[in-house]
Design a protein around this ligand. Sequence first.
Ligand SMILES: [Zn+2]
Length: 133
Amino acid sequence: MRSVQLVAPRQLELHEMPETRHPRSDEVLVRLRAVGIFGTDMHWYSDGGIGSLRATYPQVLGHEPAGEIAAWGPGTGNLTAGQKVVIEPTITCGQCEFCCAGRHNNCVSVIFMSSPQMPGLFRETTSIRCPKE
Ligand SMILES: [Zn+2]
């Protein structure tokens, strides 16, 4: 699939990246339609990092996405093709004391999309875990 990748400070290029895998049981495949530019994206773009964290090139930015459901796993509930969704750009563990207390924003193992830990969403699709209802 096509993606916009940061290949050096202030240098974005259009490249191919591997296709998104089919969603697992608790995931949905989202066809991305819009992605905002967050402040952290600007730091990666302008400064090549945030504080002591340095970009790993190439890096896919984009961390405020919205799109439409294209496929889903059997454990995701009552969904429909084309349903509009937004994606929480943090991946949390779901097991630490904060996650278990419903305070996912304080997860001790949080991973941010659009960082060296995980590609961002300036791309065509992504598969992501569907929150439990
Ligand atoms: Zn957690």
